[in-house]
Ligand binder design. Structure first.
Ligand code: ARG
Length: 554
């Protein structure tokens, strides 16, 4: 690749001049400035104490001729820009058409395994907006790493174990007005809220709940039966949402799976002298005093969310030997994951990289969409509403589903995961702005042009004329796709991909409005159809990574 060649030449220059510096070759932000750019001259001007423009000149002089590069120029304050020949660019476009859904894939991840821990709702509670974000963002990160060539494993770390189930069981036994298998998730959540209200007044309830959880841990028949029933009810409810979202997660071991695996991890922590008794509890202390100790076993003997996470990581490491474990979980668990990862480091589990991708809150105009106290707004309602609204764009059920759900997903993915945002229907469904429907619409446009043309583009081998400015810009835009995938993956930021797709679609639409495609002369028509096809393919690949379907009509 020309990009690698450029990098090698610059490295040669650095070596010859005994300079140690990394070299970054990127695509210029501004399409006028060519195909590749580097700020290396600026970077090293401080070391050399020389004017970056002069350095850039020396670098350019040192680069031998290359038949793919048309021009190299230097712009203030010292960037070096590279322009490829039109036929090289055109060949790159043809590659998009040949590679199809493989365009933008890499094999740099080959042989490596990444685990994505995402979605992870809690049993007997509603699937909330936070879990929605985790599902959507987690799935995109999963897909991005697949594109980068990793073997990716998705695991839904269901919240199906812990002392809260003792409380649930007490509440069901005391206040449920129907048999447990008839209680909906909503009703279960209400019972849970009631438990907390009642426990404020009656301290004995907590004691009772502890006993119930202990029974559950010991596998007592009655408690186990209630627990199993509410797990089944909740999973059915979650499945509805996964179906709407068209998400399938490889595994759902859940916290309860680690019941019999916690002793081993506690033993390991003890054997490495990392555990300490404190007021009847077993804890891990950190040298960083800003970090509160992590509790492995509470004074009442119950294990914790933390213990289960450590058991989970141990299990995953032994089973899959992952190079990386990515946890897509709310920003409110930032300190918690710092503790978890620190303990992993203390344990010497350092051949896995641990990542917490944090998501922020979504607010609806007039308040939060989710609170800890169970005042969640119903998620299915939002998704169903989205489909209903999309029916105004196209009444076909399948299309409206793809558009409506796609709009909700895109509207989330276009933000940096950690930012909070206010949910706004107009924005999500806007056919003109940075939205899912806008991209789907642009895709439909490309497909209808191609359909009308009926040209076979397979014999479009050579370019017989030069590209005009807008053709050139669109080509450059398309060419940025693979690198965008890399950046979005490395930075765990699907929003870099949405921003790119939006710019690409915008560039295509400008082009489409400005020039005839089917009515232009033979050679021009060929170029413009190839551009149209490549744009469509890139939009499709990009949307697929975001978990958004393309549609054939809109
Ligand atoms: N169930 C948890 C919650 O809703 C999220 C679990 C995230 N994953 C993890 N390995 N802790 O807050």
């Amino acid at each position: 690749m020309t990009k690698d060649w450029i990098e090698t030449q610059i490295k040669k220059f650095l070596k010859k001049n005994k300079i140690t510096s990394s070299v970054e070759i990127t695509h210029p932000e501004n399409l006028e400035f060519g195909d590749y750019t580097t700020n290396i001259a600026l970077q090293i001007s401080r070391i050399l104490k020389e004017n970056p423009i002069n350095i850039a000149k020396k670098i350019v002089e040192s680069i031998p001729k290359n038949k793919e590069i048309k021009e190299i120029n230097i712009i203030k304050p010292g960037f070096i820009n590279f322009y490829l020949h039109d036929d090289v660019l055109y060949e790159n476009l043809l590659k998009v058409i040949v590679k199809k859904e493989k365009y933008g894939t890499f094999d740099e991840g080959r042989g490596k395994i990444a685990i994505v821990d995402y979605s992870s709702p809690n049993i007997a509670k509603r699937f909330n907006i936070g879990h929605l974000r985790s599902t959507i963002i987690g799935q995109s990160i999963y897909n991005l790493y697949k594109y980068l060539g990793w073997k990716v494993i998705g695991d839904n770390h269901l919240g199906d174990w812990g002392t809260q189930f003792g409380k649930m069981i007490v509440a069901i036994e005391k206040w449920a007005d129907k048999p447990v298998n008839q209680l909906s998730v909503d009703e279960l959540e209400k019972l849970y809220v009631k438990f907390h209200e009642e426990a404020e007044k009656d301290k004995s309830l907590d004691e009772l709940a502890r006993k119930k959880f202990k029974n559950l841990e010991e596998g007592e028949y009655q408690e186990t039966k209630v627990w199993k029933t509410i797990v089944t009810t909740s999973l059915k409810n979650f499945q509805k949402i996964y179906n709407l979202l068209n998400v399938h997660i490889n595994f759902a071991y859940g916290e309860s799976f680690y019941q019999d695996k916690m002793d081993a991890v506690i033993e390991e922590i003890k054997s490495k002298n990392l555990a300490k008794k404190s007021k009847g509890a077993l804890i891990v202390e950190f040298s960083d005093k800003n970090m509160p100790p992590g509790i492995l076993i509470k004074s009442d003997g119950a294990t914790t969310y933390l213990t289960r996470d450590l058991a989970t990581i141990k299990f995953r490491r032994e089973k899959w030997h992952p190079g990386m474990i990515i946890h897509e979980v709310g920003i409110d668990q930032t300190l918690y994951f710092k503790q978890v990862f620190k303990i992993c480091e203390m344990l010497g589990w350092t051949d896995t990289k641990y990542i917490h991708v944090k998501h922020g809150l979504i607010r609806l105009k007039g308040g939060k969409m989710s609170t800890r106290k169970g005042r969640n707004i119903k998620l299915e309602q939002i998704l169903e509403e989205a489909v209903k609204m999309a029916k105004k764009i196209n009444p076909d059920k399948k299309i409206a589903e793809a558009v409506g759900i796609g709009a909700v997903k895109y509207n989330d993915l276009k933000r940096s995961p950690s930012s909070d945002y206010v949910f706004n229907w107009q924005e999500a469904l806007n056919l003109e702005g940075n939205s899912g429907p806008y991209l789907q619409y642009t895709y439909v446009r490309t497909q209808s042009v191609l359909e009308k043309s009926k040209d076979s583009l397979s014999q479009s081998k050579s370019l017989n004329q030069s590209l005009n400015k807008d053709e050139l810009y669109l080509t450059r835009m398309i060419q940025q796709f693979p690198n965008t995938i890399k950046q979005a993956g490395y930075k765990f930021s699907p929003n870099l991909l949405t921003n790119y797709l939006f710019k690409l679609a915008h560039q295509y639409n400008l082009f489409y409005q400005k020039y005839p495609i089917l009515k232009s002369n033979k050679d021009t028509r060929k170029i413009r159809l190839v551009l149209t096809k490549a744009t469509g393919q890139v939009i499709k690949n990009g949307l697929e990574i975001l978990g958004i379907k393309t549609v054939s009509k809109m």
